[in-house]
Design a protein around this ligand. Structure first.
Ligand code: MOS
Length: 749
């Protein structure tokens, strides 16, 4: 497809078209759905993290007011495993349905589910189910790099040159371990399922980042063909990756509906969110860097180990960015997994890259300190000319410009590198920097555009809008192609019955859906021109379609505004209600790529430090992002701002704590699990370089859901060092880390 350079709508600030529905409360989220005769399900959660269920006494619960049924392993009915190797990963406890055996592998695992007339009745009865266990001591915590792996040795992820020899020979080296605690996704919308079963077909109202995959998993587990399952997610109250793959509550709701032949609603509580629906795993990473005297990297080694659950093999992939972000002749990345009695970890915003860059960029900052070199210069010095890991060119990479523009905007040249040397209003200032990157990709996508006699266009795609502006981006593309105003374009998403669309993951929805909807709109336009030349009574009858064009919602002779006919008039003459066109975008993932597709960025953070009261704040962040062309700049900026906030949380607050005796997450609520809120939000300056990546699609658009988080934590810990002199290598940064650790001065001026 020809690159699209000029546009009246693409790249223009566009308020979200779904905004009014959301702010007026008309947008229907999963748990907003109500049906006559609906009953409520509440799971019974294991109170041990390892062992066996030896008894389940439901008698008391069954007698309680409003209780309709109690289901467990003995009576839930037939459920099936998901066959391996079907498309994307389908994570429910290693593709198993709930209640498959009596083994307890993590705290909170579902052992039964109570259905009652009201949610409160179901909740109360669930707490009255008496479960007896044979307990074992759960395996929790511990140093991951020193724990037994699931494999004999760490897996080699990327390798070039002779890293061991280069590290040995080097005089200037950094060799540090960086650790991160578990982070839990806390989208404001809880996970929820409303399941409706009519005796044959299941209609499942879910909060899913991937409706098509969700349908396939549910169909496999229920043992019915995919056409008997329809998954609907019109809106999400975000997900951060936690809603990419189905979790056991969805299949519980569906099987309760099947058993009772009544609609069933199951809402996962905030507490359960900390145990049953994924988290970013605990991760230990060892980074070894070596340079020559001028700061040119000679070797990079990145070894990571993340925890996973007893049944699942979640590989966080922390070394994803390391092989291509810098130039180095010698490189080794390895990864390993360690089993713990925790629920399954899963993708969380920027999986792999975000934790990986925290470690790598922290080590780069430490290297700069050791070299007495400016950390921006160190990165500029190691800019590669190509993707050295794959030996292929970059599609479009402007990392250097991200760094130099960011340095300029931040005022980096005024920075004095000595620890604690900068002050403002009685506060000690610290500043830090990090580079970042995230994959750019398209996944296979189909879309349909219909042009209708009422003058409207309707676009459909089986993707969903996680909240970032997918509805709006698609409307912009169709508006661009058809010339119809946004208010005349209906975008229909969030239904597995629609043409299959991408997962709302990997930041690749925009890159995938825009070319597919553009092509669908073009094809719908072509069909309209065909109607114009073939229909009796059309002023264009017997012209060639090539003589005509569809511009600004009108059909006309090429280049002639005179005699243009509105599309609805053409459809009326043709006696048809609608013409439609299909569009398809091929995937770029898998296979042997010819180009290295990634987005880039530079993060600059400033902290203020008050040693007298041990008060640390992130005061300012400047972020420069090279992520292709921005279709809707304010929506894109929102994504980066939200990600920066999440980065503040990652650096300073977020940590899921488990009781090592029981395996229970103990800060399982929004009071004790601290996320960054408005009061923690620094001034955020977002710049997009806006270089279109026409190699990725005709619009040059990538996606911005994740890159804004990458690098933020390392920029902040770099700033913390600059202010305090303490290299914190275990996230989140705790106040006590900064209180004069043994052998270190606090640099109180
Ligand atoms: Mo994102 S963690 O790929 O939803």
């Amino acid at each position: 497809m020809e690159p699209i350079k000029e546009s009246k709508v693409i790249g223009v600030a566009t308020p979200r078209i779904d905004g009014p529905l959301k702010v007026s409360g008309a947008a229907m989220y999963a748990s907003d759905h109500h049906f006559p005769g609906m009953v409520y399900a509440w799971p019974v959660c294991a109170t041990i993290a390892s062992g066996k269920v030896t008894g389940l006494d439901t008698a008391a619960a069954e007698k309680m007011t409003g209780v309709v049924a109690v289901y467990h392993r003995g009576n839930i009915g037939k459920l099936y495993r998901v066959p391996p190797a079907t498309g994307f990963s389908m994570i429910i406890d290693e593709k198993r349905p709930p209640f498959e055996d009596d083994v307890i592998r993590y705290y909170g695992q579902y052992v039964a589910v109570v259905v009652a007339q009201t949610m409160e009745q179901a909740h109360a009865a669930a707490e009255s189910v008496k479960v007896t266990y044979e307990k074992e001591k759960p395996v929790m915590g511990g140093k991951l790099l020193e724990s037994k792996l699931t494999t004999d040795k760490p897996e080699e992820k990327s390798k070039r040159g002779d890293t061991a020899a280069a590290l040995k020979a080097a005089k200037i080296k950094v060799d540090q371990v960086y650790t991160m605690q578990v982070e839990t996704h806390n989208p404001i919308e809880l996970h929820a399922s409303v399941a409706v079963y009519d005796g044959k077909k299941y209609t499942l109202y879910e909060t899913s980042q991937a409706v098509v995959n969700h349908r396939d998993v549910m169909a496999a587990m229920l043992g019915v063909p995919p056409e008997d399952v329809q998954v609907i997610t019109r809106f999400l109250g975000s997900g951060f990756g936690g809603k990419l793959w189905p979790w056991p509550h969805g299949i519980l709701a569906a099987s309760c509906a099947r058993n009772l032949k009544r609609p069933v609603k199951l809402v996962v509580s905030r507490q359960m969110m900390f145990q049953n629906v994924g988290h970013r795993p605990a991760i230990d990473q060892r980074i070894q860097l070596a340079t020559d005297a001028d700061g040119k990297l000679t070797a990079v080694q990145h070894d990571y180990v993340n925890h996973t659950s007893i049944l699942d093999d979640h590989d966080e992939g922390c070394g994803e960015i390391t092989p291509f972000i810098y130039s180095t002749p010698n490189l080794l990345v390895t990864g390993g997994l360690v089993r713990r009695n925790v629920g399954n970890p899963t993708a969380m915003r920027g999986p792999g890259a975000v934790p990986g860059l925290y470690a790598l960029e922290s080590a780069m900052n430490e290297l700069a300190v050791q070299l007495k070199m400016d950390p921006v210069q160190l990165r500029l010095k190691n800019e590669p000319a190509m993707d050295e890991s794959l030996g292929i060119p970059f599609s479009s990479r402007h990392m250097k410009e991200c760094l130099t523009v960011g340095a300029e905007k931040f005022g980096w040249s005024r920075r004095t590198p000595e620890v604690g040397s900068m002050k403002r209003d009685g506060l000690t200032l610290g500043s830090g920097v990090a580079a970042c990157s995230w994959i750019a990709a398209r996944s296979e996508t189909e879309a349909t555009v219909e042009l209708l006699q009422d003058g409207r266009a309707r676009v459909t795609c089986g993707t969903q809008d996680i909240g970032g502006g997918t509805y709006t981006a698609i409307a912009q593309v169709v508006s661009h192609e058809t010339g119809l105003p946004l208010k005349k374009i209906d975008v229909v998403l969030g239904d597995s019955a629609l043409p299959p669309g991408p997962i709302s993951g990997g930041s690749w929805v925009t890159a995938s859906i825009t070319p597919a909807s553009l092509q669908a709109a073009q094809n719908a336009g072509k069909t309209l021109l065909l109607a114009a030349v073939k229909s009796d009574g059309s002023p264009f009858k017997d012209k060639k379609p090539d003589d005509l064009e569809f511009v600004d919602g009108m059909v006309r002779l090429k280049g002639q505004t005179q005699g243009a006919i509105p599309m609805e008039e053409i459809l009326r003459i043709a006696k048809t209600n609608a013409v439609s066109g299909k569009g398809k975008s091929e995937g770029t993932l898998g296979g042997k790529p010819k180009l290295s597709f990634h987005s880039y960025g530079a993060q600059f953070a400033e902290v203020t430090w008050q040693p007298e009261i041990a008060r640390l704040r992130v005061s300012r962040v400047v972020t420069v992002i090279d992520a292709g062309r921005m279709l809707n700049p304010p929506a894109a900026r929102n994504q980066i701002e939200g990600a920066v906030m999440m980065g503040v949380g990652m650096a300073l607050f977020e940590e899921t704590m488990y009781d090592p005796r029981t395996g229970a997450p103990i800060n399982n609520n929004l009071a004790d699990y601290v996320v960054a809120v408005n009061a923690d939000t620094p001034d955020i300056d977002v710049t997009f370089l806006d270089y279109p990546d026409y190699e990725l699609n005709a619009l040059g658009a990538r996606g911005v859901g994740e890159i804004g988080l990458a690098g933020i934590a390392a920029a902040i810990t770099g700033a913390v060092y600059h202010a305090t002199g303490v290299h914190v290598r275990d996230l989140p940064v705790r106040i006590e880390d900064l209180l004069a650790p043994a052998g270190k001065s606090m640099h109180v001026a």
